[in-house]
Ligand binder design. Structure first.
Ligand SMILES: [Zn+2]
Length: 381
């Protein structure tokens, strides 16, 4: 048995601000001289000009490759080929979580450096040293771990403010789970995504992320509805991206993300965002923990106000979907899943019961607190 260690991982540099994209070339030029940019057509449509101008400013060529919808093994392999063909020495994922995860995985396989440029604050993926690989249908396949984080994470808050607010709502869902999972991992003294025991640093950053979100999420979401960058938005973007990123990686994942991974097994959830599914995982984790009543009720109220799902109905499932719910419970408790970081044993049956219980629980809390009853989300895909 190896000696247990405690460890923290982080990106080399984090840059955030209104107009920060204009300095991308400057920061990338400290890392490499032949950048390859990965961006889908939508992202390139609104960011391409500014990105190109920033590279032109430092005399670097810009090579850009398109991206599909999911970070699949095939998408990663295609990027590795492109890196080799273009002799690039740094790969830059510009866009959402899947684009960034693909760029990281390809950079690692090709042996070059990698940079994350999130255009939305919808997940805490950008800062981490891991990628999540999915199937073409969006089912979870595996985590891929790398020995280091991106050399640079750069996020322009005006671009975040110009994006549809749904992305930021999803980011809140993903980031709120961070503290719930880090606190469980710390209680169990279990292994974090950084490959060691939790540090005070990782756990504290996870808690800070939670506190900043409760204070700033609602005003920040309103600011983004009018495409405005405010101090609340700056704080929320940092909480969703940097604090949550460091917090989940070095603080640890537990039940919420395992249940998210389980949910991807149900076709009904395929059009939902990562953060929406994670929020169902967070609430289910609170139930599994037997968390204090006020904590559970406040969580339901707050995340309902944010615009996140807290019932099966909203994510297209119901108590009658026994087959799907059982498949979710089984997938979320597979050996190696982070649910086994909980400070007590969790079986598939435990998850099944907890998951079913959130429907009536959430409906009761929402009714008691004057919040609207749940309706099925209209899915975009
Ligand atoms: Zn996540």
């Amino acid at each position: 048995m190896t000696t247990p260690i405690r460890t923290v991982m982080s990106p080399g540099r984090y840059v955030q601000g209104k107009g920060a994209i204009g300095r991308l070339g400057e920061f990338v030029s400290q890392i490499g001289s032949a950048p390859l940019i990965v961006a889908d057509d939508v992202v390139w449509g609104f960011a391409g000009e500014q990105v190109s101008a920033s590279f032109a400013g430092v005399g670097l060529r810009v090579e850009r490759v398109e991206f599909g919808r999911f970070a699949t093994a095939a998408a990663v392999d295609a990027l590795v080929e492109k890196i080799r063909a273009t002799k690039s020495d740094v790969i830059i994922g510009v866009g959402g979580g899947s684009t960034i995860d693909s760029a990281k995985a390809a950079g690692f396989l090709a042996g070059i450096r990698w940079v994350s440029v999130p255009t939305v604050a919808s997940t805490d993926a950008p800062t981490s040293a891991l990628s999540v690989i999915y199937t073409e249908e969006g089912e979870f396949v595996e985590y891929r771990f790398f020995p280091r984080n991106p050399d640079l994470v750069l996020i322009d808050t005006q671009i975040v403010a110009d994006a549809p607010v749904e992305f930021l709502i999803a980011g809140v869902g993903d980031a709120l789970a961070t503290w719930l999972e880090a606190r469980a991992t710390a209680a169990a003294n279990a292994t974090t995504m950084a490959g060691g025991l939790p540090t005070q640093t990782g756990t504290a950053l996870a808690k800070l992320s939670w506190d900043v979100i409760w204070e700033n999420a609602l005003p920040a979401l309103d600011a983004v509805r009018d495409n405005l960058v405010t101090p609340a938005l700056e704080k929320l973007v940092e909480a969703n991206t940097l604090l949550s990123g460091l917090g989940f990686e070095s603080g640890g994942l537990a039940a919420a993300h395992a249940i998210h991974n389980g949910l991807t097994a149900a076709p009904q959830t395929h059009g939902l965002t990562h953060g929406q599914k994670v929020n169902i995982g967070s609430l289910t984790q609170l139930v599994l923990e037997g968390a204090p009543r006020t904590e559970v009720e406040d969580f339901i109220e707050f995340t309902t106000l944010v615009g996140l799902p807290t019932t099966l109905t909203e994510i297209g499932l119901g108590l009658d979907d026994e087959k799907e719910l059982r498949a979710i419970a089984t997938a979320s408790t597979l050996p190696g899943e982070t649910i086994h970081n909980m400070p007590f044993v969790v079986t598939a049956d435990d998850v099944l019961n907890a998951l079913k219980s959130i429907e009536r629980l959430s409906r009761s809390v929402r009714a008691a607190r004057g919040l609207p009853a749940p309706v099925k989300y209209v899915q975009k895909h």
